[in-house]
Write a protein that binds this ligand. Structure first.
Ligand SMILES: Cc1cc2nc3c(=O)[nH]c(=O)nc-3n(C[C@H](O)[C@H](O)[C@H](O)COP(=O)(O)OP(=O)(O)OC[C@H]3O[C@@H](n4cnc5c(N)ncnc54)[C@H](O)[C@@H]3O)c2cc1C
Length: 103
């Protein structure tokens, strides 16, 4: 019998299962889909970088040379005036994230 059963191998479940396993727990992860599967979430945010670093995969992701994303521009509703923001305004450690393929 494992210490922990994680249901779902998306970003949340796979990160939790990995970190628990590294801390010495026996973990079983149950996922109903066959991976890799198409799923939204290709546009990372700087907050993701801390998690990727803790998981030990950030250097590998950097080596893949995915396009760096420094901010975003939105257009909303009937107002076609774009509004933009830059990650450096809120995250000095990681002023960029990555745009990655999602399948
Ligand atoms: C329209 C849209 C756009 C988005 N765009 C972005 C983006 O650009 N960038 C970004 O960072 N995030 C984006 N997100 C958010 C991102 O998709 C989620 O934050 C992320 O997928 C959540 O991860 P999770 O592991 O919690 O859940 P999920 O990714 O949903 O993973 C849950 C997993 O559990 C499995 N599962 C569920 N029930 C069972 C069961 N009973 N038994 C076994 N397995 C099960 C599912 O198959 C799935 O693989 C977007 C979300 C939406 C809806």
């Amino acid at each position: 019998m494992p210490d922990v059963i994680v249901i779902g191998g998306g970003p949340g479940g796979s990160a939790a299962a990995t970190l628990l396993s590294r801390r010495g727990y026996s973990v079983v992860l149950l996922e109903r889909e066959k991976f890799p599967r198409h799923h939204v979430g290709e546009s990372l945010l700087p907050a993701s970088m801390l998690v990727l670093e803790e998981l030990g995969v950030l250097r590998e992701i950097e080596r893949e040379k995915f396009p760096k994303k420094y901010g975003a521009t939105m257009v909303w509703g009937r107002d076609d005036t774009p509004w933009s923001w830059y990650f450096r305004e809120t995250n000095r450690t990681y002023p960029h994230a990555y745009q990655v393929p999602n399948d």
